[in-house]
Design a protein around this ligand. Sequence first.
Ligand code: ADP
Length: 267
Amino acid sequence: MCIHSFPPFLTVALTGTPGTGKTQVSKLLEKDGYSVLHLTEFIAECNISVERDVERDCNIVDMDALEEAVLSFQNKIRGGFERKIKEHNFSDEAFLQFTRDPKNLPMLIIESHMAHCLCDLAVVLRSHPTVLKERLDARGYSERKVHENVMSEAIDVVLCDCYDYCRRVYEIDNSSLKLSETADCVKEIVHALYEDEFLKFRSYLSKNGENIPDLTGGGTEPPSGLTVVEEEGVVIYESDYDDAMDETHPVLIKYVPGKNDWSNLVD
Ligand SMILES: Nc1ncnc2c1ncn2[C@@H]1O[C@H](COP(=O)(O)OP(=O)(O)O)[C@@H](O)[C@H]1O
């Protein structure tokens, strides 16, 4: 169990069927200073147990061990941000301005086709099945593996999983975008998402009275009813805050380049 501090620290999944561009896009984000966790490398570094499914040509990971390791990594990154924020004496406006620099955005982006099992916010990369087939063929995957992934993209398997696991899901179809354009879409989303979560949380705190944290103290304890529990590595907003989030937010938001009006997400 952990107390959620204010300002919020967000963990966001960058997910999608293999071949939709998670690795390449996340490398561009990392180059710009965003905090990114590449789950495949992380699993190897942490020696998390992996069984090989030879028939389906894929790995089966010990999810309990993975969740524990991710949680501890996430807390380390979160601590770094909290220390950085405490060094300043921010107004809300100045703080949001500060977070527009990717290095200062209190967020960990987890890149993997199963990252959405570890997060409650997700950005899903999508590619048209024919585009995806070309990319996977070029990787030299077996016919069976290409078919399984292309079918799973066609019937929205990852998107449906996100819908089950996450409270907000953003979908980007990159079939006709360049890699850098896909990265730009993700950047636009994560900043809008952070500002919205910050303002939403702030407005909820203000409505609910006593003990309103300010930004100067860093991890000030939130008022009662605002604890956030982490169950099996998944961060869950408890009780009425969770309800308040659900009431006003659509769960699934399709990204349309240049067309989304993020301001209507905020009360
Ligand atoms: N708009 C795009 N967005 C993401 N990837 C793209 C795009 N256009 C082409 N690609 C290519 O698709 C491939 C995706 O591979 P990768 O990033 O490894 O996918 P994943 O990590 O999802 O398996 C890369 O070769 C990348 O250059």
